[in-house]
Design a protein around this ligand. Structure first.
Ligand SMILES: *Cc1c(COP(=O)(O)O)cnc(C)c1O
Length: 492
């Protein structure tokens, strides 16, 4: 049907897998152990539960089939195109997986002495140097396990910097198109988030920004390219305005895949930058993690970096520096997600400087190609700007003409074999459809996805009810998007 093929039809029951409880029969077991050859040692009274937990009783083959069927219902970047805007779901080179699985990395213990882990420290040192070169920063920490944690790290550094200068500045300025994690991190780090509006081009309103900065502003937190996929044309002026008031510039570099090898946050005048290795350097996202959100800083902020740092001794050997009195402390156990760091370094080496440059070139080319193919039905929300690695279109006209919303289109795409793009984000765009194809897709895949989007728009005009009901071919039909978040039933 498409280059991706139709959704994979699994073997076994056609609908509704149910839970393990449904498969349970009293007395069935997934394993049988040999009789004990030693005397029974009863569990001490004080450790015994008053009431036994009610666990499903299933045979091994039923257990295996249940979980295998569930796994086949899943959708991942290894099974199909995943154009989820802002999330950068790109192919993870398998060579990097192989490197991370080398016993010398995999079997390390974090409590081994520095002298026994020189190779791992060397890798951390070299990746830090590479990230500093790529971002234009002086030093970096690899500790934060996600982009959001990188934000938190950078903001705590910002706070420590101002506190050291004897003035606690309470506010951080954030554009109204910011990624949702930005205002959340600002609050968590103890600041007040002050929004700066976007102008008609979808960029930071520079004169509004100038009116907002004062002695109370600790800094500005900016995503570039912003969440509309647009490059902030006046970025140097933006950094200058913030510095003039004594504030710091925080660069949300989660989208670094758009500018890799072309320009650097440090050269734009920014002081702190975080990178999402799981977006830029194609390490797996996992189920919300593990990832890595390294943070780079300029010279003046190095003393505040999380502890420990990797340092080189005079004899050339590497060691972990823990005695760092002005550090903000730890953000993660040991050194963050080390396996992810290994993959990121492998990715940098696999590509080299020219290859990384090509990554951003192809990311922007693919996004612009796709935007052109679908613009008749899904025009760009800000048509005057040239999107970079992702684009934000709007289904507003489609909704006015047919009553079919961006959400309906997204759900119909599942029937057509694709993971939906991000919808209703960024919030400043009505009926937003945010597409990030990434650089790793072929032209055939992009064409097939564009055809599916256009098919959904055509169906909206002829059979809108189909779209309101979609998806109609999946094991689970349309879910209530909000209920799980509003009516939580927690079990542990
Ligand atoms: C993805 C993203 C983040 C958050 O990164 P996580 O690793 O998901 O915590 C922050 N900012 C921007 C712009 C992003 O795209």
């Amino acid at each position: 049907m498409t280059a991706q093929g139709a959704p994979v039809r699994r073997q076994g029951p056609p609908v509704g897998e149910g839970t393990l409880k449904d498969l349970s029969h009293p007395g069935r077991r997934a394993s049988s152990f040999a009789l004990l050859e030693v005397p029974d040692a009863p569990v001490p009274e004080e450790l015994r539960r008053a009431r036994l937990p009610s666990l499903p009783e299933v045979s091994e083959i039923d257990l295996i089939r249940h979980f295998t069927r569930l796994s086949q219902m899943n959708y991942g970047v290894d099974t199909g195109f995943y154009p989820l805007g802002s999330c950068t779901m790109k192919h993870n080179p398998k060579a990097a997986e192989e490197v991370a699985a080398l016993p010398g990395f995999r079997r390390l213990h974090p409590l081994q002495p520095d002298s026994a882990v020189q190779g791992a420290l060397e890798l951390m040192w070299r990746l830090e140097r590479a990230l500093c070169e790529i971002t234009g920063m002086a030093r970096a920490t690899l500790q934060p396990p996600a982009g959001a944690c990188g934000e938190m790290t950078g903001l705590l550094i910002m706070r420590a910097f101002h506190a050291d200068r004897g003035r606690a500045r309470p506010k951080v300025i954030i554009p109204d198109s910011a990624h949702g994690t930005n205002p959340a991190s600002v609050r968590l780090a103890g600041f007040e988030a002050v929004p700066v509006p976007s102008d008609p081009r979808g960029l930071v309103d520079v004169s509004a920004l100038a009116g907002l900065v004062d002695e109370d502003v600790a800094g500005l937190m900016l995503t570039n390219p912003n969440t509309l996929g647009l490059f902030e044309m006046e970025i140097e002026e933006i950094a200058r305005i913030v510095h003039a008031a004594g504030g710091l510039g925080y660069y949300d570099g989660a989208n670094l895949n758009a500018i890799l090898g072309r320009c650097r946050p440090g050269d734009m005048g920014f002081d702190i930058v975080h990178i999402n290795t799981h977006k830029t350097f194609a390490t797996p996202h996992g189920g919300g993690g593990p990832g890595a959100g390294p943070v780079g800083v300029v010279d003046a902020l190095v003393p505040y970096l999380p502890t420990p740092t990797v340092e080189r001794a005079d004899d050339g050997s590497l060691f972990l520096e823990r005695d760092r009195p002005r550090s903000i402390g730890r953000l993660h156990g040991f050194h963050g997600n080390f396996g992810v760091i290994v993959r990121a370094y492998a990715y940098v080496l696999l590509h080299g400087a020219d290859g990384l440059r090509e990554v951003s070139e192809l990311a922007a080319l693919n996004a612009n190609y796709l935007a052109e193919l679908v613009k008749e039905d899904f025009p760009l929300a800000y048509p005057d700007g040239r999107p970079m690695h992702e684009f934000v279109a709007t289904a507003r006209r489609l909704k006015e003409e047919t009553g079919v919303r961006a959400m309906d289109v997204a759900k119909r795409l599942i029937d057509l074999g694709f993971h939906p793009p991000t919808v209703y984000f960024p919030l400043v765009v009505e009926e937003a459809v945010m597409v990030e194809p990434t650089e790793t897709e072929t032209r055939e895949t992009l064409d097939a996805f564009a055809m599916a989007l256009r098919q959904a728009a055509a169906e909206a005009r002829t059979q809108p009810d189909l779209l309101h009901e979609a998806p109609v071919t999946t094991p689970v039909r349309r879910l209530d998007e909000a209920r799980a978040a509003r009516h939580m039933r927690l079990h542990w």
